[in-house]
Design a protein. Structure first.
Length: 669
């Protein structure tokens, strides 16, 4: 007997690209050509199937990932359309985790852009088989040869064109299949270098010994053999078929749909195995409450099943299973291995939670890093509870917002990626929750790291009853290493349950360093620990750990770290000198500029703090002809003359007496 996964051929595919490369338009035409929708929507007119939020239709950009599905040649394809703007990179990150294959769209005009490159490297790190689709071939400035060179240089040498463009710009009329024996003359007549059968053979010879031998010996290689070889390597994520098209005109769409079936793998997993699934998106439905978008790697979920959330350590009952299709929802009653569905009834579920066993769930990629923090103000004092609830709901849907509600100070803080995200949050609070909130100017999120090695010691033995003695060794770590924690204490000196409490509290204690910022890139080792048989209470170590850690940081001192951006700036050549002057003033480190087709191009790294307003300044200076693309490039030590201190929240553990009283709720105000 075959399980459901074997009975139904499936593909789980994500569409990714830099902003404005045409993802949503491509998705819309795929749904139309498959017969899933009867009329074409438009991103510009706000009628696209996968732009279901009011703000998406108003702004003409995708804010949240949208899941849709369609059938093509007896195969069910789950398609996830992701946002392209860097401010919504977290949505892209979560979608990447649950895909078996990807379509990465590159504009035939702009070529490889910063987010294209970032997504590509993440796809590679996750070993996700990928189709490359060169869109906008009908646009003025389309240059397939240049963009192919960009792809080979910046993404992969193993991009293999399988279609050749027929014309370009206003003469573009479609594509010829390179992998057919009778296409050679048609392709040759177009005179586009690199888009032919010989080029495909040359690329695949780098992977396949048999083809390399035939290529060297000059033996004829049939097109069907080339296709079969490419299929094998493409499904393994080692070679990458490249297609061309103009999605807004429907050109190249059917070829792209065929390529999904030909070159991307189906999901593995069995419906008969124990459940293994991950939640990659959370939404709130007006009637059903919280809906969890779940990808199943093994097993089956049915209506009224009880599922174990191993991340939260709870069991919850499924009330309904839905297929969400843009703005439509259908109750399907069951979802099996290899499929994606929205599950209702899981009230405690959060993004990233694992249901059932974790061993089949792939690791989560890490691309999105919020670099700005901002305070949010309610319209009136009475609206604060409603604003907190609304922002908590939005944080459930995007955990990187990291809502902080400081009740005593009556302050609300969220983390954001950029100005566009703030505009979207303002719009969402108004349209969805009826709240008029005001955001302060964003400020940069700095971090701290120990300046040298040292120790922190705490003997929390008064006032009785309490007893917790801890000694930590604190050492600087490699850039980007985060926190590494280890205990060298034996169980007879400090019970395992107390050691677990210390391990849990160390990351909390590092949220505010000497300057008020999170402390990172360090190793903390518990080298000494002691409890008392009679006097120790488990919470004593929750109190002692922050005091020991902050005392250790006072010994080591901390170095301020500032976030950096990798940028690429392109302007008409007459503005090149001004750009270089600006970069020097912004403390940038940059490579030698290049001149290409009358354009000045420079790449480098610069601090977030000095460049917050630069995109607006660049646009004004160049009359809108300057382009800056950026991506997060890590943290690095700030220069000595940069000072950024954040007000500490709560009592400082260095003031041990006051801190103990505060934790014990005995501090008079």
């Amino acid at each position: 007997m075959r399980d459901d996964n074997q009975a139904i051929s499936r593909r789980n595919v994500g569409i990714f690209a830099h902003v404005d490369a045409g993802k949503t338009t491509t998705t819309e035409h795929i749904l139309y050509h498959s017969g899933r929708i009867r009329s074409l929507g438009s991103v510009d007119n706000g009628t696209a199937q996968t732009d279901s939020m009011d703000v998406e239709r108003e702004r003409g950009i995708s804010v949240r990932s949208a899941t849709t599905s369609f059938s093509w040649k007896d195969t069910l394809i789950n398609l996830v359309d992701t946002p392209g703007h860097v401010d919504f990179l977290s949505e892209v990150e979560r979608s990447l985790r649950v895909m078996d294959g990807a379509i990465l769209i590159v504009s035939a005009v702009e070529g490889v852009q910063s987010q294209t490159e970032m997504i590509w490297h993440t796809l590679q790190s996750l070993k996700i088989p990928t189709l490359l689709y060169m869109n906008k071939m009908d646009r003025v400035g389309a240059d397939p040869e240049r963009v192919l060179r960009d792809i080979h240089k910046q993404l992969t040498e193993l991009a293999v064109p399988i279609y050749a463009p027929l014309g370009r710009e206003d003469t573009f009329r479609g594509a010829a299949n390179v992998l057919t024996d009778d296409a050679t003359e048609t392709v040759a007549a177009e005179g586009v270098r690199g888009f032919d059968l010989a080029s495909a053979v040359e690329k695949l010879s780098e992977l396949d010994e048999r083809m390399l031998t035939s290529y060297i010996e000059g033996a004829p290689i049939e097109a069907r053999e080339v296709k079969a070889t490419l299929q094998r390597y493409a499904r393994q994520g080692q070679a990458f078929p490249l297609l061309v098209g103009a999605s807004s005109k429907g050109l190249g769409i059917k070829e792209l749909m065929e390529a999904i079936l030909d070159y991307l793998p189906g999901p593995s997993g069995s419906a008969e195995q124990p459940l293994s699934a991950v939640v990659f998106k959370v939404e709130r439905d007006k009637t059903m409450g919280r809906m969890a978008y779940v990808r199943l790697y093994e097993g089956t979920i049915r209506n009224r099943d009880t599922v174990v959330n191993v991340t939260q350590g709870v069991e919850e009952k499924v009330t309904q299973i839905r297929k969400i299709d843009g703005r439509k929802a259908e109750d399907i009653g069951v979802v099996t291995a290899g499929d994606i569905a929205a599950v209702c009834g899981l009230t405690q579920v959060r993004i990233g939670d694992v249901l059932g066993r974790a061993d089949s769930v792939p690791p989560a990629p890490q691309m999105a890093v919020p670099l700005l923090t901002v305070q949010v103000h309610a319209e009136s004092e009475a609206q604060y509870p409603a604003l907190v609830a609304a922002l908590q709901e939005l944080t459930d849907e995007d955990p990187l917002l990291d809502l902080q509600w400081l009740q005593e100070e009556r302050e609300l803080h969220v983390k954001v990626m950029g100005a566009i995200q703030l505009e979207i949050l303002t719009s969402l609070l108004s349209s969805r929750f009826g709240l008029q909130a005001r955001f302060d100017q964003p400020s940069v999120i700095y971090k701290e790291t120990p300046s040298q090695a040292g120790e922190g010691f705490i003997a929390y033995t008064m006032p009785k009853p309490c007893w917790a003695i801890l000694r930590f060794r604190i050492e600087p770590g490699a850039p980007g290493s985060g926190l590494v924690y280890e205990s060298l204490v034996r169980g007879e000196h400090l019970l395992v349950q107390y050691q677990n409490e210390v391990a849990r509290r160390v990351p909390e204690a590092l949220q505010q360093g000497l300057l008020g910022w999170e402390v990172t890139d360090l190793k903390v080792t518990l080298v000494e620990g002691e409890h008392h048989v009679w006097h120790t209470h488990p919470l004593d170590f929750a109190v002692a750990t922050p005091m020991g850690i902050i005392q250790g940081l006072a010994q080591t001192g901390t170095t301020l770290l500032e976030p950096m951006l990798q940028v690429r700036i392109t302007v008409p050549e007459e503005f090149g000198g001004k750009v270089l002057s600006d970069l020097v003033q912004m403390r940038a480190v940059f490579d030698s500029p290049q001149m290409t087709g009358g354009r000045f191009v420079v790449e480098g790294r610069l601090p977030v703090a000095t460049s917050l307003e630069y995109p607006v300044k660049l646009s004004a200076m160049s009359g809108g002809r300057g382009v800056i693309t950026s991506s997060f490039s890590g943290y690095q030590p700030s220069p000595p003359d940069v000072h950024a201190e954040r007000k500490r929240r709560g009592v400082n553990p260095l003031d041990q007496s006051k801190y103990i009283l505060a934790v014990r709720k005995a501090l008079s105000t």
